[in-house]
Design a binder for this molecule. Structure first.
Ligand code: NAP
Ligand code: ZN
Ligand code: ZN
Length: 347
């Protein structure tokens, strides 16, 4: 075991503060990573504050990790010391169920989250990337191209794959009209991917000040979701809408914007329940669906696609000491468009 410095919260209403803990020494199939950057996902905030009711404390959040390999176990063939690598939301799964066999480890009942899951190797829970190092089985470590800026690539590990995967699954591309709800960490990546896939992209936002940025990221049109007349002009016109909003909002308003057979896919997970009207669903055979991150192979595919196309996240780099302030700004939708912690400064 070796000692690692991090930041943790110990209760739902407590701020994050310095926390030291032990990581396991690398086993034969493990990779030890010195963390350079870690993105700040809104899920970190939901979980740190126990908004989904499933948090175990102490909680060290962070699942958008980029770092350098410092040590490898003797069976590790895919990585070597010095490689630039990444870890996302999962660090293990059962490897044998139908979901694992299809590369959809995110749906496996034995999936181990990067933080807050029961740790198979210690008696406690897994600790995430708001920390100086991590030890992960090689099968859950991703390669990062040297073409990508490591800080701006970190949020691809959650915000990137969570928006890329459903758009691939529902075949977003040329000739499709696609809506994105919310321009935060996930939303701004959704706009970039939908544009890169060739779709007509409309951003729905509650923040009038974000319109210019949305267009710069690839939106063809921006609609203020609180403007009822503007919403009416979009009725029955979308093939696909990806809803990334983190707070409570009216889903029925978006169902009505779908064409016949269109799909509203939820990736945002507000803490409060949403009321659904059945009528808009049955009237045009519309679907209301959800999506969870993406599998390991697809995450690598997304990272390689981003390296090829020069796609990265818009980031604001912060020292770890500013994490509590960053959470407060995230709650005010005041993020441009992802906070990334400069973890190396904590060492
Ligand atoms: P974020 O950066 O805070 O962005 C969320 C955006 O949602 C805000 O910037 C805002 O955009 C909009 N929004 C917030 N509250 C709203 C409300 N009450 N009504 C309407 N719009 C609202 O958050 P994020 O990191 O992108 O995460 C978004 C959500 O996805 C979170 O709930 C997170 O837990 C979830 N998530 C899910 C998965 C998955 O696998 N399904 C993975 C990662 C994250 P505007 O200012 O443009 O309106
Ligand atoms: Zn996340
Ligand atoms: Zn499995």
């Amino acid at each position: 075991m070796f000692s690692t410095k991090g930041y943790a919260t110990h209760a739902a209403h407590e701020p994050l503060k310095p926390f030291s803990f032990e990581r396991r020494d690398p086993m034969p199939g493990d990779v030890q990573i010195e963390i350079l950057f870690c993105g700040v996902c809104h899920s970190d905030l939901h979980i740190a504050r126990n908004e989904w009711g499933s948090t175990t404390y102490p909680c060290v959040p962070g699942h958008e990790i980029v770092g350098r390999v410092v040590k490898t176990g003797r069976e590790v063939k895919k990585f070597k010391e010095g490689d630039l690598v990444a870890v996302g939301c999962m660090v293990d799964s059962c490897r044998t169920c139908p979901d694992c066999e299809e590369g959809l480890e995110q749906f496996c009942d034995g999936m181990v989250l990067t933080y807050g899951s029961k740790d198979k190797h210690t008696s406690g829970v897994t600790y995430g990337g708001y920390s100086t190092s991590i030890v992960v089985d090689q099968d859950f470590v991703l390669r990062i191209s040297d073409k990508l800026d490591p800080a701006a690539a970190a949020p691809l590990l959650c915000a990137g794959i969570t928006t890329y995967s459903p758009m691939r699954h529902w075949k977003v591309g040329k000739g499709k009209k696609v809506g994105v709800v919310g321009l935060g960490g996930l939303g701004h990546m959704a706009v970039k991917f939908a544009n890169a896939f060739g779709a007509e992209v409309v951003l729905f936002t509650t923040s009038p000040g974000k319109a210019g940025d949305a267009k710069r990221f690839g939106a063809h049109e921006v609609v203020l979701s609180r403007d009822e007349e503007a919403m009416k002009r979009q009725l029955n016109s979308f093939d696909f809408i990806l809803d990334t909003a983190s707070g409570k909002h009216d889903l029925n308003a978006y169902l009505k914007l779908l064409k016949r057979d269109g799909a509203l896919t939820l990736v945002g997970i507000p803490a409060e329940p949403e009321a659904i009207s059945v009528m808009p669903l049955v009237r045009r055979r519309r679907s209301l669906v959800g999506s969870l991150i993406g599998g390991i192979a697809e995450t690598q595919e997304m990272l390689d696609f981003c390296a090829d196309r020069g796609i990265t996240c818009e980031i604001e780099v912060i020292p770890m000491e500013q994490i509590n302030e960053a959470y407060e700004r995230m709650l005010k939708s005041d993020v441009k468009y992802r906070f990334v912690i400069d973890v190396a400064r904590l060492r």
